[in-house]
Ligand binder design. Structure first.
Ligand code: EPU
Length: 443
């Protein structure tokens, strides 16, 4: 178990490099395994979820090897089993994507149900209905979903609630189905477009990704390719907020500002300035004498305000001048607010809405990261707080923020990682980052 120890109150200044998008990489890794032959993925973030997905793919017989810190080679030639490993899949919801892979390649998938998580009940009923619509027989037994099909046949599928994961899983399955599949009310997230770009460069025939109707003309097989993962918009948004909450001035490299229009608009309402300096290079800064201002926000599917930035944004609003109203429409995701309260935040939650009354200052406290983005919220609060904050549950933050303590220290934060095992301080993410990456058992 590790903790982050942060002594707050320093305005962050300097440059930080944004990693490839975790949520894109997870889908792309599985998509690459649809082909026989080695696909090269560049700009893959070296975070825990990516490691978990690599482990799962290897257990299925797929080659998944980092040949450089951010260059991952995937080869689906050796795919040999239709059964995904129970523990790993239970830990990470995105691992349910292997269902689409197995169904497409082997016409049979046995995948554990991912179950609930800190974000509340997270069913996969839309995924299952989609597989059935493609012609699979789906059963739930002994904690596993089993889907079987003698042939997958394209059809029109209406996806409820523009689900990201469902859109990805059905794109994976439909790519190698017979005939044409149309996904209606599809998710429009940039990660969906990234997946379509990869699949098309592998020989798939997908049109309309990024709109709510995606048309997939099935092909017989795919071939390997080379692809660069898009920048992580959630990580970028988090670092922009780190500049805002500390009264700092940060230049972010490897950012796609087009993917961040709504959150950037909201950040500007609080007084943060966000300016494109050059392609991929963005400056986020605030006049240190100006206090952040309150604003209201509601999360929504892309291009709306992302639910994954809601917790860090609540942290930022907790020190803004005035009262903000934040409505969460995607997940049950306000449990982290109790931890922010320990730090002096004044936040009341009523069902899906948080009423945030900005306080003059936060103070350091021992707190716990309950999930990835809750952890990001606590890190931001700690950076602004007076005194020392100790954040436990850092492994959850590592799921989606690559080298967070190194990146923040690089822009002047007083932050270190302490391993609780020996009680000694020191920075050690537990994930090897240099040279050739060696597979390790991951969480
Ligand atoms: N839903 C169902 N049934 C389903 C699928 C979804 O009821 O079969 C519901 C969900 O419970 C939720 C809504 O539909 O209320 C939307 O969920 P969606 O399927 O879009 O979410 P997801 O695919 O499980 C991805 C990201 C999340 C991100 C959401 C929303 C990945 C690996 N995960 O999850 O990212 O919050 O989309 O944008 O891409 C994170 O990175 O911290 C994270 C949680």
């Amino acid at each position: 178990m590790a903790r982050l120890v942060i002594r707050g109150g320093r305005p962050l200044r300097g440059e930080v490099s944004i990693s490839g998008a975790k949520n894109s990489a997870l889908a792309l890794m599985v998509a690459a395994a649809l082909a026989r032959g080695e696909t090269v993925l560049h700009n893959v973030p070296h975070d825990r979820d990516v490691m978990t997905m690599a482990d799962i793919l290897r257990e299925l017989g797929v080659k998944a090897v980092f040949v450089a810190p951010h260059e991952l080679h995937i080869d689906g030639t050796g795919l040999k089993t239709d059964t995904a490993p129970y523990e790993a899949v239970r830990q990470m919801r995105a691992s349910f994507y292997v269902a689409g892979l197995l169904l497409a390649r082997l016409r049979r998938a046995r995948v554990p149900l991912p179950g609930g998580c800190q974000l509340g009940s997270r069913p996969v009923d839309f995924h299952l209905r989609g597989f059935e619509a493609l012609g699979a027989r789906v059963n739930i037994e002994y904690g596993y979903m089993t889907a079987e099909a003698s042939r997958l046949a394209g059809t029109t599928i209406f996806i409820n609630r523009a689900s990201v994961g469902t859109t990805i899983n059905l794109m994976l399955a439909a790519t190698l189905a017979e005939g044409t599949t149309v996904l209606e009310n599809a998710a429009k997230e940039p990660e969906i477009v990234d997946l379509a770009v990869l699949l098309n460069s592998m020989g798939a025939r997908i049109r309309g990704a990024g709109t709510d109707a995606i048309r997939i003309d099935g092909v017989d097989e795919l071939h390997p390719t080379e692809h660069w993962v898009i920048p992580d918009r959630i990580e970028a948004g988090t670092y922009m907020m780190a500049a805002g909450i500390t009264g700092g001035d940060i230049v972010l490299n490897n950012v796609e500002l087009n993917h961040l229009r709504t959150p950037v608009g909201k950040l500007m309402e609080t007084g943060l300035r966000v300016e494109a300096e050059a392609p991929g290079r963005v400056r986020a800064f605030i006049d240190p004498h100006v206090r952040l201002r309150a604003t209201d926000v509601e999360t929504a599917p892309y291009p709306g305000f992302p639910t994954d930035l809601q917790p860090p944004f609540v942290a930022l609003l907790s020190v803004a001048d005035g009262t903000s109203v934040v409505r969460e429409t995607i997940f049950d995701r306000f449990r982290f607010v109790d931890e922010l309260r320990r730090m002096g935040a004044d936040i009341r939650v009523e069902r899906d809405t948080a009423i945030v009354r900005g306080v003059e200052k936060l103070t350091g406290a021992p707190v716990e990261a309950m999930d990835l983005r809750a952890g990001a919220a606590l890190v931001l609060a700690a950076l602004a707080a007076e005194g020392e904050t100790q954040i436990s549950g850092v492994e959850l933050i590592d799921r989606g923020y690559e080298e967070i303590e190194k990146k923040l220290a690089g822009v002047g934060a007083d932050i270190e990682r302490c391993e609780d095992r020996d009680g000694q301080g020191g920075s050690n993410s537990g994930i090897p980052h240099q040279g050739i990456w060696q597979p390790t058992p991951s969480g």
